[in-house]
Design a protein around this ligand. Structure first.
Ligand code: NAP
Length: 287
């Protein structure tokens, strides 16, 4: 039997409707709407594209967005000052840094200047640390998208064998925390893993985010596994993911496609996080 193909666009549409309702409700309660700032350093055509897509997504759900654009040769000190100004600005309810940033900047240093209440992406050490001890106040958008997809499908996490192919700070590490918080048994594998297939072929839930096109073929997958493809790679034949869709769809129980799977849910989860940071900023003032 062929795998159930998860419709990420449908899940994303439902999340956006919820965000629209939340924004309306918060506006009528407090008289203000969320206002999110993105800090961009230097110019990068791909970043500009992401920024304009995010602005459009914000506009559609009633969230205001502004950009702080700094030249590529700005000093790290000045960039930090700008982030701190946004932290102190009561009219800003969430902050994002647009990546990539120039190589001479410390990504960690900039991210950790964002106040934890305004940390839309959940990347600060404070919010990451909280997640690892079970306080999921703000969850990074892509791991949240993975969790949302599984929850939509009413997957029980407790006791499940989960394998994550990725150990980055943005995907693998927060996902590890999320699954552990739900009592799954988790293996995190990566480039240094000696026998990738040994792990992936035993996974009841397999999340792959290597960025290597079609790394995971049918023989790497356990029968009836729930397979989530986070990878997005542009190839000469178009966009594809980590999963070899044709061979895996005949083995897995459920599978997210690329495009149309995790990607749109991630964008919608970013809007959800904007509402969350808005609430934590406003409710702070309201007390
Ligand atoms: N759908 C979405 O919304 C979304 C969001 C974020 C990212 N992504 C996509 O997800 C992918 C990963 O993003 P990222 O930022 O986490 O990238 P990253 O930092 O490069 O992480 C890739 C991870 O995969 C591992 N890996 C690479 N090749 C492998 C292989 N052959 N076998 C086993 N493990 C391997 C890497 O291990 P090492 O570190 O040891 O090399 C690393 O842990 C990219 O395709 C990106 O475009 C999608």
């Amino acid at each position: 039997m062929s795998a159930k193909i998860i419709d990420g666009r449908k899940i994303a549409t439902d999340i956006r409707k919820k965000v629209v309702d939340d924004v309306k409700r918060l506006k009528s309660k407090y008289g203000i709407i969320p206002n999110i700032a993105t800090v961009k350093i230097g110019s990068d055509p791909q970043s500009d594209l992401y920024l304009s897509l995010r602005d459009k997504a914000c506009l559609e759900v009633g969230i205001k967005s502004k950009h702080v654009e700094l030249p590529g040769n700005v000093s790290e000190k000045k960039a930090i000052e700008e982030i701190k100004k946004l932290n102190d600005d009561g009219n800003i309810h969430g902050i994002l840094i647009q990546f990539p940033i120039p190589k001479n900047f410390s990504q960690d240093k900039l991210v950790n200047c964002i106040g934890s209440k305004k940390d839309v992406e959940g990347f600060t050490a404070e919010n990451m640390g909280r997640l690892m001890i079970g306080d999921e106040s703000i969850i990074p958008c892509t791991p949240l998208a993975v969790l949302t997809i599984l929850e939509e499908e009413k997957i029980v996490f407790e006791g499940k064998d989960v394998v994550i192919v990725n150990h980055s700070n943005v995907v693998g590490k927060p996902l590890l925390g999320l699954f552990l918080n739900r009592n799954a048994s988790v293996s995190v594998v990566h480039v240094f893993t000696k026998d990738l297939k040994k792990y992936t072929s035993e996974a009841e839930i397999l999340v792959s985010a290597s960025g290597v096109p079609r790394l995971i073929t049918g023989d790497y997958v356990k029968k009836d596994a729930f397979v989530i493809d986070v990878g997005i790679v542009k190839t000469k034949d178009g966009v594809c993911g980590d999963i070899d869709f044709e061979s895996v769809k005949n083995k897995a129980g459920a599978l997210t496609p690329v495009p149309g799977g995790v990607g749109p849910v991630t964008v919608a989860c970013s809007l959800l996080n904007m509402v969350k940071t808005f609430k934590s900023c406003i409710e702070d003032v309201d007390e």
